[in-house]
Design a protein around this ligand. Structure first.
Ligand code: ADP
Length: 269
């Protein structure tokens, strides 16, 4: 692997991140000792943005993998590919990250099957090694390499939880939706919508978050609020924008749709 590869994964422009507490200092300390980190929290609350910001701040390459249940260990580690000259090994994203010294961010890691998750184990203890069994190579992780996973605890069934043997390899940082004033600022910043509209969108979201566990799996995320705000800046009427970006994505139940629609009307009609 050449230096050029690391360059390809550098975060070039500062990703806007509004700190909620002392998470930047804590992450920097954890990175200093190359502690594997688990970011816990609901979907769309800023975990990925935080990692992007930290990779930029620390000037380290970032390789992100969106995990899913069809993902195999080979998708992470690499595989032999057939070409005209026979077979050729191709590193997977985890291997590339270990070689070039990137921060490897495995997003929604519980979505992956457990036999996939275990390939990260030897990288997360004192060994910092990745065995490429099919290739017969043991990769020593670059000194800058760090592994970060994200995990949404509210969302998991017992079948889909991380094993203790995996969990206990990570330091953890909890994230949640920011308080109303901060979240409004984030929504306004990301979409360009005016402050009053951003505040009302956040109020709609907060009412939906109270329904979590009472007919909703998750409340409206910061990400969805930004979508709604972006539609509004494009001239879509706020009620319609909320319907499209906030209500319809999170429920298929007609009664819940009415309940959330009423919340939207309270703030926007
Ligand atoms: P997650 O990884 O938790 O699912 P993201 O990091 O993708 O969520 O967050 C969704 C969006 O919310 C981001 O693209 C960003 O626009 C916004 N966001 C959330 N929290 C923050 C924050 N603290 N600072 C800046 N933007 C944020």
């Amino acid at each position: 692997m050449s230096k050029a590869d690391a360059k390809e994964y550098m975060v070039k422009k500062e990703p806007y991140y509004y700190p909620i507490g002392d998470e930047i200092d804590r992450y920097e300390a954890a990175y200093d000792v190359r502690m594997p980190i688990m970011l816990k929290g609901p979907t769309g609350c800023g975990k990925s943005r935080f990692v992007e910001h930290m990779a930029w701040k620390l000037k380290k390459p970032l390789i992100t993998v969106a995990c899913n249940e069809d993902m195999t260990a080979s998708d992470l580690v690499g595989r032999f590919l057939l070409d005209v000259n026979g077979t050729k090994w191709q590193d997977g994203p985890l291997t590339t990250a270990a070689r070039i010294g990137a921060i490897c961010y495995l997003d929604e890691v519980v979505e992956a099957r457990q036999d996939t998750t275990v390939v990260i184990h030897p990288l997360t203890d004192h060994r910092r090694q990745l065995p490429l069994e099919k290739k017969g190579e043991l990769v020593d992780a670059h000194p800058d390499f760090q592994i970060v996973i994200s995990y949404n605890p509210g969302y998991q069934s017992m079948m889909k939880d991380l094993k203790q043997s995996t969990k206990q390899r990570f330091g953890a940082m909890s994230f949640d939706y920011p308080e109303a004033e901060v979240e409004s600022q984030i929504v306004a910043h990301e979409s360009g919508v005016d402050a009053a509209t951003a505040e009302r969108l956040v109020q709609v979201a907060q009412s939906s978050r109270n329904l979590k566990g009472h007919g909703l799996d998750e409340g409206m995320s910061t990400r969805l609020l930004i979508y709604a705000a972006q539609l509004i800046t494009k001239g879509i009427a706020p009620v319609a924008a909320c319907q499209m970006a906030l209500v319809e994505p999170i429920t298929d139940d007609p009664d819940m749709r009415d309940t959330l629609g009423a919340a939207v009307n309270t703030f926007f009609a």
